[in-house]
Design a protein around this ligand. Structure first.
Ligand code: CA
Length: 365
């Protein structure tokens, strides 16, 4: 995706979604903070989202507020939406060079720097939000992420998760894997590569083009995020079927990246504050998405009478085979990606065994 397109990609949602809803805002403290008049550290946070973008952009502002309070005013962070200081897709380079100290986005945007970055965000048929947290925080994932980012003068922490996404909006019924042949769908990243293996075409449409392209039949389908953001985009007005599950993005991790040199030069308590506030952001984003998706799925089904469908198990199994082929080729082509892939797949395999004893049975109740 080129930079211009990326910025435009989010403009519609930003305009359409900003004023619609009240988010679950964390309660602010009632007493006055004894903050110093002037902050010792004034840092810039550049983001890949438009200003006040629902959930994702809002979370960045919460992070800045939390850090300010936790540090008793010692650190002041100014948040910039995409395009305000730099374009969204320049976040990685800006933080790497030190032009900004903090960046927020998703590591799979930086696949051009290393294919391994994709494994820290979302892998088709990969792990869900809870399992990604387990791998990253306690299963060796964060160490690998740090090792990779250190090469670019960066350090990153998880700072949000979209939770399970939806497979997307379709104007054609998908009853068999052959129905994906010739299907023109807006689906980025690894998911797009999988669709191509199934004979479909992954089309790159910017955010404000998706609606018109789907309406006019330029594309037959699109994925986005989940019920809340999808409702804001208005896809239910022009697409016939809303398919589940989001096999291509089962729990996309968002990141806070920091310039490594600037981070290392901070007093230890501020380093801990930045990491801790990122972890709070990680919890807040998934909670907000889950709460909103739940409400908006109901709204789509009850009020908008959306025809929600389930992708057939045979189709999903075939897509899973294509995914493994793509990932194995990717792991073979790059040594570090191979190392991360090995850690990811081994952890994912084991945690699935545990899930088979626990959550899988519970969900069947
Ligand atoms: Ca998506």
């Amino acid at each position: 995706m080129d930079r211009k397109r990326f910025i435009r990609d989010f403009s519609v949602a930003a305009i359409g979604g900003g004023a619609l809803l009240t988010s679950c805002k964390p309660k602010s403290q009632t007493h006055k903070e004894s903050a110093p008049a002037e902050a010792e550290y004034k840092w810039k946070m550049v983001t890949t989202w438009p200003p006040n973008f629902p959930v994702l952009g809002e979370a960045c502002q919460h992070f800045a507020d939390w850090v300010h309070k936790m540090s008793s005013g010692e650190m002041l962070i100014k948040v910039y939406g995409a395009g305000e200081l730099i374009p969204g897709l320049e976040v990685f380079d800006a933080v790497s060079s030190g032009a900004a100290e903090i960046g927020n986005g998703a590591s799979y945007y930086w696949a051009g720097k290393s294919p391994a970055t994709q494994l820290f965000t979302a892998v088709p048929f990969g792990m869900n939000a809870q399992q990604m947290n387990a791998w990253i925080y306690c299963g060796g994932g964060l160490e690998l992420w740090k090792e990779l980012y250190a090469k670019f003068g960066l350090i990153s922490f998880p700072a949000g998760n979209t939770g399970m996404q939806m497979a997307g909006w379709f104007n054609k019924e998908i009853n068999d894997i052959s129905d994906l042949k010739g299907l023109k769908m807006r689906i980025p990243g690894l998911g797009g590569k999988v669709l191509a293996k199934a004979g479909g075409t992954a089309v790159l449409s910017s955010g404000n083009e998706i609606y018109t392209n789907l309406e006019r039949g330029v594309i037959d389908a699109t994925e986005w995020i989940g019920p809340y953001h999808d409702y804001v985009m208005g896809f239910h007005k022009i697409a016939r079927y809303y398919y589940s599950p989001g096999w291509h993005e089962p729990g996309s991790v968002l990141e806070n990246m920091f310039n490594l040199k600037a981070f290392n030069e901070l007093p230890e308590h501020l380093q801990v504050i930045l990491e801790t506030a990122s972890a709070r952001m990680n919890v807040w984003v998934i909670s907000e998405f889950e709460a909103k998706n739940n409400m908006y799925m109901e709204k789509l089904v009850r009020e908008e009478k959306v025809d929600v469908r389930k992708l057939d198990a045979d189709i999903l199994n075939q897509l899973k085979k294509y995914t493994t082929e793509i990932l194995e080729d990717m792991a073979e082509a790059d040594e570090f990606t191979g190392k991360v892939y090995k850690s990811f797949t081994s952890f994912a395999g084991n945690i699935r065994n545990w899930a088979a004893y626990s959550e899988k049975l519970y969900h069947e109740l």
